[in-house]
Ligand binder design. Structure first.
Ligand code: NAD
Length: 262
C-alpha cells in the first residue's frame, strides 16, 4: 500500500516546474492525477503517459485556463466524472510580470490576480462540497515568499500571493472541525521557466553572463544561496496530505532557504 492509493488529485499548472514536481510526488504515492496547464499537445501526452507508466496511476489531462472561472468548474466536473472523486486540490498555476507599479500594465495586473488568486477561490468552491461530504480533503495553495514579504516591481504578484494566504486561512477556519485541511506553501527561488525568465532579463539588463545573473538573484534574497527544488515542494505536499498533517491548518509554510527569516 502506498500512502495515497485510491486518492485523486488535481494539480493546476502541472505541465511544468513546481506543479510537475508535485504531480510526480503525489503519483509516486499512488494518487491518480489531473494534469493541467499549457504546452504542446505531444509534450503533454508524453508527460501523461510517463507518469501513468512510471507510477501505475491513472492520469488525465484538462487544459482549463485558470483565468476562466467556467473552465475551472468544468475541470473539477471532468475530473470527478473521469476519476470518480477529487480528494486533493493543489492550486499551483501562476504567472509573473515585473514592472514599477505606475507602469504596470492593467491587463497583466488583471491576469495575475485572476490566475494566481481568483483561480484558487473558483477551484476551492468547486471541490469543497464533495470533500466535506466524504469528510476528507487536502487543499494546498502554492503561494510564495512573496506571500509573506514584498519586493519592488512585483505589485500584482505580491498582492495576489498575500491574498492567497488570506484565502488559505479563511478556508482552514471554515473547515476546522472537518477532515478537510487547507494550507499554503511559500517557496523561495525555484529554478523553473518562471524564474529563468527573470534571470535572462537580469542578464540582458545588466549586461552580465547568465551564471552571474543567477548568483546575483540568489544572493539578493536567499541566504542558503541554493535553489529550492520542485521535488522538495512535492515532498512537503505529500506530507500535508498525510494523516500526520491532519492538524496543520491554515499554515503558511516557507520553503525558502532562509529568505523570510531575515
Ligand atoms: P512555471 O512557469 O514553470 O509553471 C507554471 C505552470 O502554470 C505551467 O504549467 C503553465 O502552463 C501553467 N499556467 C500558466 N498560466 C496558466 C493558465 N492561465 N491556466 C492554466 N495553467 C496555467 O512556473 P513555476 O515556477 O513552476 O510556478 C508554479 C507556482 O509556484 C506559481 O504559482 C508560482 O507563483 C509559484 N512560485 C514559484 C517560485 C519559483 O521560484 N519558481 C517561487 C515561489 C512561488
Amino acid at each position: 500500500m502506498r500512502a495515497l492509493d485510491g486518492k485523486v488529485a488535481i494539480v493546476t499548472g502541472s505541465t511544468s516546474g513546481i506543479g510537475l514536481g508535485i504531480a510526480r510526488a503525489l503519483a509516486a504515492q499512488g494518487c491518480a492525477i489531473v494534469l493541467n496547464g499549457f504546452g504542446e499537445a505531444p509534450t503533454i501526452a508524453r508527460l501523461r503517459d510517463e507518469l501513468a507508466t512510471e507510477y501505475g496511476v491513472r492520469v488525465v489531462y484538462d487544459g482549463a485556463d485558470m483565468a476562466r472561472p467556467e473552465q475551472i468548474a468544468a475541470m473539477v466536473a471532468h475530473a470527478t466524472a473521469e476519476l470518480g472523486r477529487v480528494d486533493v486540490l493543489v492550486n499551483n498555476a501562476g504567472i509573473q510580470h515585473v514592472a514599477p507599479v505606475h507602469e504596470f500594465p492593467v491587463e497583466r495586473w488583471d491576469a495575475i490576480l485572476a490566475i494566481n488568486l481568483s483561480a484558487a477561490f473558483h477551484a476551492i468552491r468547486a471541490v469543497l462540497p464533495q470533500m466535506l461530504e466524504r469528510n476528507w480533503g487536502r487543499i494546498v495553495n502554492i503561494a510564495s515568499a512573496h506571500g509573506l514579504v514584498a519586493s519592488v516591481h512585483k505589485a500584482a504578484y505580491v498582492a495576489a500571493k498575500h491574498g492567497l494566504l488570506g484565502l488559505t486561512k479563511v478556508v482552514a477556519l471554515e473547515t476546522a472541525t472537518t477532515g478537510v485541511t487547507c494550507n499554503a506553501i511559500c517557496p523561495g527561488w525555484v529554478l523553473t521557466p518562471l524564474v529563468q525568465k527573470q534571470i535572462d532579463d537580469r542578464a540582458a539588463r545588466e549586461g552580465i553572463p547568465l551564471a552571474e545573473a543567477k548568483r546575483a538573484l540568489l544572493a539578493e534574497k536567499q541566504p542558503s544561496q541554493e535553489f529550492v527544488t520542485p521535488d522538495q515542494i512535492g515532498a512537503l505536499t505529500v506530507f500535508l496530505c498525510s494523516e500526520a498533517a491532519a492538524q496543520i491548518r491554515g499554515a503558511t509554510l516557507p520553503v525558502d532557504g532562509g529568505w523570510t527569516a531575515q
